[in-house]
Design a protein around this ligand. Structure first.
Ligand SMILES: Nc1ncnc2c1ncn2[C@@H]1O[C@H](COP(=O)(O)OP(=O)(O)OP(=O)(O)O)[C@@H](O)[C@H]1O
Length: 488
């Protein structure tokens, strides 16, 4: 059933009611078009905004009834340029073959950046005074909508930040202090402490359980952003279809089940730090979006058109070798260089066994206090036993073994034999593929030799191969030596 036509006063009241409930420009255009169509023979409504520094305009346009709302960018028409410059309404009586007239109403006086354009059916002659009032009202409604939107945005971010900081405070209570006694870890700390105060992107590379997340926390705390949120996301823990929304958020209706606007980690980390864990797991199609967001600090939520601006410092971490992934085309080269501004290699536990006693003491004390058990002394024999283990799961695995040993020993001793038997890998533990092992050896040699293949300091000699053999293996495995040359 179509609604009754409106007189000018009711028209303005209905506009205020309709526009004040619209949270996006598309809804605004749809609602305003619906109301205007009740007072004028409106065929189409456009809301345009000049794109600064260009002769272009971004237009959200639609027909009453609202079926087809579109957003486009195009060059400004002459009449639009004239209306924006003078602040006066511009009309063209005939446009195209359909006999429709077009009225451009600037919003905000001479030098305005926005306008609405009405396409009216043949014969329509709205009162100039009505159009002028319309321009005023629409301008103020839009301004009001922008302020409301901004306030809602800020309140959403403040809410998210508050939640983040409360979570962090809870974590902080349980946080383990970082042990770094070995020369290798001292060097890691030196690099962390040096780079912390700059907004530079840091890439932490190291095996699983080596303490990358703990180091990211230290980096954040030492930075000027330390009192702001540190938001972490594990890029490998989500299915590809959800990673983009987890990073950038989504709008209502972006996909089935998206019933509310959701803020992604980029927005939740605004003015703080974003920790991208397992960055090597990101699907290629998301990598390109991440690169753009890192470069411009701007992105669009999934299903949205509005550009969201943030100020985020990024720390990325990976347990996978990214260079071979770049060479094999599984990781974008441009993203790799964007992330690898300040790489820090976190050594595995087997390369820093000299700090094992300190680590064990700290972990035992921490676990005992958490389990409310006494902390037994750790004998030299127990330390020797622990030093003989290979620790593929690094400090995390060491912590698990110590926790099991403490429980099995009833808090009086560390029942290491029993705990290590539990920790022994199952017979079906995955065996590394030969190609992967060869790839790992070659990339390690190339890194150590700064990409050189030939000569006494080259990778071929280090691997005990002829240069030609090495090159053919590299070709077969898709390994490129370039990243290693640049890295040196
Ligand atoms: N140097 C250290 N001192 C004290 N505890 C440590 C240290 N390194 C790691 N840990 C502990 O080991 C566990 C794993 O550490 P963390 O999560 O930081 O490793 P990670 O490298 O980020 O692992 P992953 O790659 O699997 O995410 C945590 O419980 C952490 O507190």
């Amino acid at each position: 059933m179509s609604e009754a036509p409106l007189d000018s006063t009711s028209l303005l009241a209905a506009l205020v009611a309709a526009a004040s409930e619209a949270h996006t420009r598309r809804t605004w255009v749809r609602r305003v078009a619906e109301v205007l169509a009740r007072a004028l023979p409106l065929a189409r409504l456009e809301l345009g905004e000049r794109v600064e520094g260009t002769g272009e305009v971004e237009v959200v346009g639609g027909t009453p009834g609202g079926a087809a709302i579109s957003t486009t960018r195009r060059r400004l028409h002459e009449r639009e340029i004239a209306a924006l410059g003078s602040g006066q309404i511009e009309r063209s009586s005939r446009r195209g073959g359909d006999g429709r007239s077009r009225v451009v109403v600037p919003l905000g006086g001479a030098g305005a950046a926005m306008f609405v354009a009405l396409s009216l059916d043949p014969g329509a002659a709205p009162e100039p005074s009505l159009l002028a009032v319309l321009g005023d009202v629409l301008f103020h409604l839009l301004r009001g909508q922008e302020v409301t939107q901004r306030v809602a945005e800020l309140s959403r971010r403040a809410h998210a930040e508050n939640r983040e900081l409360r979570g962090q405070a809870r974590l902080g209570e349980r946080e383990r202090s970082l042990v770094a006694r070995s020369a290798a870890m001292q060097e890691v700390l030196r690099r962390i402490d040096t780079v912390a105060r700059f907004d530079t992107t840091v890439l932490l590379a190291g095996e699983s359980g080596t303490g990358k997340e703990l180091l990211a926390q230290r980096l954040h705390q030492l930075s000027a952003r330390g009192h702001r949120p540190l938001v972490a996301i594990n890029c490998g823990a989500l299915p590809a279809s959800l990673v983009e929304s987890a990073l950038f958020g989504h709008e209502v209706g972006a996909f089935t089940g998206a019933t509310r606007r959701h803020l992604g980690v980029f927005e939740r980390a605004d003015r703080g730090t974003l920790f991208l864990d397992e960055v090597g797991e990101l699907p290629l199609e998301v990598q390109v979006k991440l690169l753009r967001a890192l470069q411009s600090q701007e992105f669009e939520r999934v299903g949205g058109e509005e550009r969201v601006r943030v100020d985020v410092r990024v720390i990325a971490a990976t347990h996978r070798e990214l260079e071979p992934m770049v060479a094999a085309g599984a990781f974008r080269r441009d993203l790799f260089f964007r992330l690898c501004v300040f790489p820090i290699r976190v050594p595995p536990l087997r390369e820093r066994l000299d700090e094992l006693p300190a680590l064990v003491a700290a972990l035992v004390a921490d676990i005992a206090s958490r389990l409310k058990l006494p902390a037994p002394a750790v004998s030299p024999a127990a330390l020797l036993r622990l030093a003989g283990h290979s620790w593929p799961g690094n400090v995390r695995e060491l912590g698990n073994v110590l926790e099991a040993a403490l429980i099995l020993g009833g808090g009086e001793t560390l029942a290491l034999d029993a705990a290590l038997a539990v920790d022994a890998p199952p017979p079906s533990a995955p065996i590394e593929r030969l190609d992967d092992a060869v790839r790992r050896c070659i990339t390690e040699a190339l890194r150590a030799c700064a990409g050189r293949i030939y000569g006494p300091t080259g990778a071929a000699q280090a691997l005990g191969l002829k240069p030609g053999t090495l090159q053919s293996k590299m070709r077969k495995l898709g390994i490129d030596r370039e990243p290693f040359v640049r890295e040196s």
